[in-house]
Ligand binder design. Structure first.
Ligand SMILES: N[C@@H](CCC(=O)N[C@@H](CS)C(=O)NCC(=O)O)C(=O)O
Length: 422
């Protein structure tokens, strides 16, 4: 029988237990017809005296506090590896759970609650919450530069708690311009949310495009109408007093301002004889004699003035210890390159028959440089070393051919997979 979890269906604190349940194979269900209005009733307060959610009902009584609930769920199955494999792993799992709660989540909440109208908005308090959050994300980023997961080589409860806490930040407050300072945190977060057990609970995750505007404080226990300011002028005065706003807020305002969409500078380049879609069609439609048809066709079409070719090499191949995580990393990269579909073609090889796997690729870009908007918008770009292909060098040309063709062995090694961006 499923354990019942009392919480709303979008509560990231409840997601911790739901994701953990997926990993360990325990049935946990959200309470049917859950109503936030019920959490201060005497009946609910018997389950959690502070009147907050989530609360898990177990055959032996209720458990509250989301981290404790997640730990309970994991221990129902012995721990199923979610606590690592040694005493020190266990210590580190607990270390990161506390860090995720006290250094990441606490500061996200200090930033978010006033903006939602659940606490008074004070600019210096917001600035200090953001500074503390950045300090924590900086430390996490440094750690993740050389680690795929927080502990060991697979997902632990620490990753579940950390990802759920980051999730709230990513969907509500932390825009791309904010998170790009922490590329390893970005990579970690997007990799984790794409894991099947996370995806099942979180669904498609979309990073916020702006920081929410400040709302006037809602008074607890009063109907929504009463929380509204009495005089119409009041909110305007409050808004004026906000200045100076922290930078992220200004960024958000800028993002919100309606601006005409500037033309992509690549559209202003002199026309090229190479029609990218023609090459993509040739690539897709060639089923036999690939060398003679597609590769030959590529070089016949190739316009070295209008296009350039680039090799890329993943900088952190040592981290590629789990095949499906490595494959997900590459899939995520190609998804994020969607913005360059009109201007690029790419081939990514995942190389090796056993871990650690190497990730290498070749890309065709419109123009002579990697398009700046791609470098800015797609954080994966900085996880690779990029080298322009010298097409006068036959060895380099042959390497391009081998990559486009998925030649195996590639540089003496088997291919785990090859993925194409077209
Ligand atoms: N530390 C608690 C936080 C619980 C919490 O703040 N819950 C919010 C919803 S996410 C709530 O119930 N708020 C209602 C209230 O504060 O009255 C946990 O991790 O479970």
């Amino acid at each position: 029988m499923a354990l019942v979890l009392h919480a709303g269906s979008t509560n990231k604190n409840a997601f911790k237990a739901l994701i953990a349940a997926e990993y360990v194979g325990v049935k946990v269900e959200l309470a049917k017809n859950f109503d936030m209005g019920s959490i201060k009733t005497p009946e609910f307060l018997k389950m959690n005296p502070i009147g907050k959610v989530p609360v898990l009902e177990t055959p032996e009584g209720p458990v509250f506090e989301s981290n404790a609930i997640a730990r309970y769920v994991v221990r129902l199955k012995g721990d199923a590896g979610l606590y690592g494999s040694s005493l020190i792993d266990y210590g580190h799992v607990e270390q990161w759970i506390d860090f995720a709660s006290l250094e990441i989540d606490a500061n996200i909440m200090l930033w978010l609650r006033p903006r939602m109208g659940f606490a008074v908005y004070l600019p210096p308090a917001e600035e200090s919450a953001i500074a503390a959050l950045k300090r924590a994300l900086g430390a996490l980023n440094t750690y993740l530069a050389s680690h795929t997961y927080l502990v060991g080589h697979s997902v632990t409860l620490a990753d579940i708690v950390m990802t759920c806490n980051l999730y709230l930040g990513f969907i509500r407050l932390m825009t791309k311009s904010f998170t790009s300072e922490f590329p390893h945190v970005e990579r970690y977060f997007w990799t984790l949310v794409h894991q099947p057990n996370f995806h099942k609970i979180l669904g498609e995750v979309k990073q916020t495009e702006s920081v929410p505007p400040i709302q006037s404080v809602k008074k607890p226990g009063q109907p929504k109408e009463a929380a509204k300011p009495k005089a119409k002028e009041e909110p305007k005065k409050e808004v004026k007093k906000e200045a100076p706003k922290p930078k992220v807020v200004e960024d958000a305002d800028e993002e919100e301002a309606p601006k005409p969409k500037p033309k992509n500078p690549l559209d202003l380049l002199p026309p090229s004889k190479m029609i990218l879609d023609e090459w993509k069609r040739l690539y897709s439609n060639t089923k036999t004699n690939f060398r003679e048809v597609a590769i030959k066709g590529f070089w016949d079409m190739y316009d070295p003035e209008g296009y350039s070719l680039w090799f890329c090499d993943y900088k952190y191949n040592d981290e590629n210890t789990v095949s499906f995580v490595t494959l997900n990393k590459v899939t995520g990269f190609l998804q994020r390159m969607d913005l360059a579909r009109k201007y690029a073609f790419g081939k990514m090889l995942i190389i090796g028959s056993e871990p650690p796997f190497k990730v290498k690729g070749v890309w065709l870009f419109r123009g002579q440089e990697i398009p700046p908007f791609v470098l800015e918008e797609c954080y994966d770009m900085e996880l690779y070393d990029w080298r322009k292909v010298d097409i006068n060098d036959e060895a380099q040309k042959e390497r391009v051919n081998a990559m486009i063709e998925d030649q195996e062995p590639f540089e003496g090694e088997a291919l785990l997979d090859a993925k194409c961006f077209k």
